[in-house]
Design a protein around this ligand. Structure first.
Ligand SMILES: Cc1cc2nc3c(=O)[nH]c(=O)nc-3n(C[C@H](O)[C@H](O)[C@H](O)COP(=O)(O)OP(=O)(O)OC[C@H]3O[C@@H](n4cnc5c(N)ncnc54)[C@H](O)[C@@H]3O)c2cc1C
Length: 221
């Protein structure tokens, strides 16, 4: 059962640059000391009345005392500037876990993951929890020089039998979905990224005969 969201406090223990303008921050929980969540869920960081930014949890639910967040700070708005300023020792207040972009343990349909740029964060978190040989396809649209987690995804595709990895340019995501899907297959899709990409991918998959409920999506921008 999904955990009830709650207010929480954590302290930053490390910040890393993964690729240009994409940062990861480790948050060690102080109140509560651990947080139950599901891969794909997110937290909400408040910046004032009615001003929040959402960040997907990049780390595994198997490590409930430390949450890793990963942000694209190129948009340079309130959230990006806050993330850029994070340093070890900083206190972070947030609410979570939130959201239904998760893969329930009883799900048996083969997943098709579609990620655009930083939309990879919840997708990669879900993929990391799949059984090693589980069948899954990932279409990941991003510029080659700005593709966080590319190395580990390539390694999984090489080492874990059923995982097919298709890195493409941002503009080729819809074409890749067209190329790699067929009507009549028993798949469940998870798409995360910008609104335009999600709309196009939904149109393609609905035309392939997928049920609306078989297409989960998380709109980042
Ligand atoms: C459920 C959910 C989970 C999210 N998880 C993450 C996450 O794990 N990592 C992360 O970096 N962001 C994530 N986001 C987006 C995040 O909440 C912020 O919107 C983002 O960081 C930009 O905030 P900002 O204040 O810097 O820019 P804003 O002031 O919010 O946006 C400035 C402009 O940039 C556009 N924009 C925002 N983000 C992007 C982007 N990535 N690419 C292109 N254009 C963009 C906006 O539409 C706007 O026009 C998530 C959003 C949601 C709803």
């Amino acid at each position: 059962m999904a955990a009830t969201p709650r207010e929480a406090i954590a302290r930053v223990s490390a910040v890393r640059t993964l690729v240009p303008d994409v940062l990861e921050a480790d948050l060690d929980l102080t109140e509560p000391l651990t947080l139950a969540f599901e891969a794909g869920q997110w937290i909400s960081v408040p910046f004032g009345p009615k001003q929040v930014r959402a960040y997907s949890i990049a780390s595994s639910p198997r490590s409930p005392a430390r949450l890793t967040l990963c942000a694209d700070v190129a948009p340079d708005g309130l959230g990006s500037r806050w993330f850029r300023r994070l340093t070890a020792g900083a206190e972070v207040c947030f609410k979570g876990p939130l959201g239904g972009f998760v893969r329930p343990p009883e799900e048996r349909r083969t997943p098709l993951f579609v990620a655009e740029e930083i939309g990879i964060v919840p997708v990669r978190a879900i993929i990391a929890e799949l059984a090693p040989g589980a069948a899954a396809t990932l279409i990941y649209g991003a510029p080659d020089h700005r593709r966080p987690y590319d190395v580990e995804l390539r390694e999984r595709a090489r080492d874990a039998g059923g995982f097919a990895y298709h890195p493409v340019s941002g503009s080729d995501v819809a074409a890749a979905v067209e190329r790699l899907t067929q009507a009549g297959t028993d798949i469940v899709a998870y798409a995360a990224g910008g609104a335009a990409m999600i709309k196009r991918v939904r149109e393609i998959l609905l035309a392939r005969g997928l049920d609306r409920k078989a297409i989960k999506w998380e709109r980042f921008w």
